[in-house]
Design a protein around this ligand. Structure first.
Ligand code: SAM
Ligand code: SF4
Ligand code: SF4
Length: 368
C-alpha cells in the first residue's frame, strides 16, 4: 500500500497575497473600522472543522470522505486561546460572538468555552451576545448544559420537514424528528425563540418552503430562508440552483399573507417579514441576489486560528502563530486592528461565474 498524503482543502492553497503585519503594529484604541467605514462588530468562531452531517451543499461526501484529512487536535485553538482572542476583539468593539463550525456541538466540552466567553463584558459593561449555530443533532442532549453555561441564543439548521428530503440533504440519513426534538429542548430550557436556518436549493427542497413556514408559524421560532451560496470550492454551486428570496417571500405570502418589518438594527442581514394575522415572522437572507457587503461587520476565526475578513476569502491571517509565538495582547490587538483597517472585502457585490470558480475556503473550516 502506498502512503497517500491528503491535504485538507482549506489548506490546499492560499494564493491571494496576505497583508503584511508589521512586527510592532500600532496598538488600536477603541472601535475598529475598515476601508469602507464598516465597524468590526461580530466575530464568528469555528470550533471544529468536523461534522456528523454531510450536507450536500456544504460538505459533500465526494470530497469529505473517509480519506479527508481533518485538522489534528494540536492545530485547533484551545479554549484558553479562543477566549484570549475574543477578549481582544471585545476590547475593540465586538459585541456579538457566534460559535459555529463544522458542528460545534461535536467539540468536546464546548459548554466550558461557552462559560468562559459568557464571563466577558463589552466596553459598555454588557454581556456578549453569545450565540451558537448547530445542526441540532446533539441539541436535545446538550441544550441544558449550554444554557446553564451562559449561551444566550441558539440557531438550528433544518432544510426540510419532509423526512426523506432532509435525510437526502444531510446525506447521513439523519431524521427530521431528532432535530425538531432539539429545537423543542432548546425552548424548554429557556432559549425561547430559536432561529431555524433553511438553505434553499431550487429543485431539491424548495417544495419545503411553505411547509416549513406553516410548521413554525405560531411557534415563536423564526425560520430564515437562506439563498444557496457559492462558499468553498466543493459544493458544485450554480446560479440556476439559487431560488431568489423574493420568490420565497412570494410563495409564503400566497399561502400566509406577509408584510415587511423594519430591521431590528441597522445592517441586519436577514430581511424580516411578519404574518399579517400576527402569528409570527420569517426572515430571508439574500446573499446572492441582494448582497449586504455594505454593512458587513463580521470577522471570522477559523478552527486553527486564522482570521478571515470575508466568508469568501481565499486567505486568512495566522493569529495562532502570534499566540503561540508569545505575543502579548497589545501586539495581538495591533495585528487585528491593522488587518481590519486594510479590509476591503465585498465579494457578494462582484460575484460572477468567474468568481464562483475561485478556490475559496470551505465553510466548515471558516465557520458558517
Ligand atoms: N453545522 C452547523 C449547522 O449546520 O448549523 C454550523 C455550521 S454551518 C456551516 C452554518 C450554516 O451555514 C448552516 O445554517 C448552513 O445551512 C449554512 N450553509 C452551509 N453551506 C451553505 C451554502 N452553500 N449556502 C448557504 N448556507 C450554507
Ligand atoms: Fe455540517 Fe452544518 Fe455543513 Fe451541514 S451545514 S455539513 S451540518 S457544517
Ligand atoms: Fe461580508 Fe464578504 Fe459576505 Fe460581503 S461577501 S457580506 S464582505 S462576508
Amino acid at each position: 500500500m502506498t502512503d497517500r498524503i491528503v491535504i485538507p482543502i482549506a489548506e490546499r492553497r492560499y494564493d491571494a497575497a496576505l497583508p503584511h503585519v508589521p512586527e510592532s503594529p500600532e496598538p488600536p484604541s477603541g472601535r475598529l473600522f475598515d476601508t469602507r467605514g464598516r465597524r468590526m462588530h461580530d466575530l464568528r468562531i469555528s470550533v471544529t472543522d468536523r461534522c456528523n452531517f454531510r450536507c450536500t451543499y456544504c460538505m459533500p461526501k465526494s470530497v469529505f470522505d473517509k480519506d479527508y484529512a481533518f485538522l489534528p487536535q494540536s492545530s485547533l485553538l484551545s479554549f484558553e486561546e479562543i477566549a484570549r482572542v475574543v477578549r481582544v476583539f471585545v476590547a475593540h468593539g465586538v459585541e456579538k460572538v457566534r460559535l459555529t463550525g463544522g458542528e460545534p456541538l461535536l467539540r468536546k466540552d464546548v459548554e466550558r468555552l461557552v462559560g468562559m466567553l459568557a464571563e466577558l463584558r463589552t466596553a459598555s459593561g454588557e454581556p456578549l451576545d453569545l450565540t451558537l449555530t448547530t445542526n441540532g443533532s446533539l441539541l436535545a442532549r446538550k441544550a441544558r448544559a449550554l444554557r446553564d453555561a451562559g449561551l444566550r441564543r441558539v440557531t438550528v439548521s433544518l432544510d426540510a420537514l419532509d423526512d426523506a428530503t432532509f435525510r437526502a440533504m444531510n446525506d447521513v440519513d439523519f431524521p427530521v424528528a431528532d432535530v425538531l426534538a432539539g429545537i423543542e429542548a432548546a425552548k424548554a430550557v429557556g432559549f425561547g425563540s430559536v432561529k431555524v436556518n433553511m438553505v434553499v436549493k431550487r429543485g431539491v427542497n424548495d417544495d419545503q418552503i411553505v411547509p416549513m413556514a406553516a410548521y413554525f408559524r405560531g411557534s415563536g421560532h423564526i425560520v430564515r430562508f437562506i439563498e444557496f451560496m457559492d462558499v468553498g470550492a466543493s459544493n458544485g454551486w450554480r446560479l440556476d440552483d439559487v431560488l431568489p428570496s423574493r420568490e420565497v417571500v412570494a410563495r409564503i405570502d400566497a399561502a400566509h399573507p406577509l408584510e415587511p418589518v423594519d430591521p431590528n438594527y441597522p445592517g441586519e442581514v436577514a430581511e424580516r417579514w411578519r404574518y399579517r394575522d400576527g402569528t409570527g415572522e420569517i426572515g430571508v437572507i439574500s446573499s446572492v441576489t441582494q448582497p449586504f457587503c455594505g454593512e458587513c461587520s463580521r470577522a471570522r476565526l477559523s478552527t486553527e486560528g486564522r482570521l478571515y475578513t470575508c466568508l469568501f476569502a481565499s486567505a486568512g491571517h495566522d493569529l495562532r502563530g502570534l499566540l503561540r509565538g508569545g505575543c502579548d495582547d497589545v501586539q495581538l490587538a495591533g495585528a487585528v486592528s491593522h488587518l481590519w483597517a486594510l479590509r476591503a472585502d465585498h465579494y457578494s457585490e462582484v460575484r460572477s461565474a468567474e468568481t464562483a470558480g475561485l478556490r475559496k475556503i470551505e465553510m466548515s473550516y471558516i465557520g458558517g
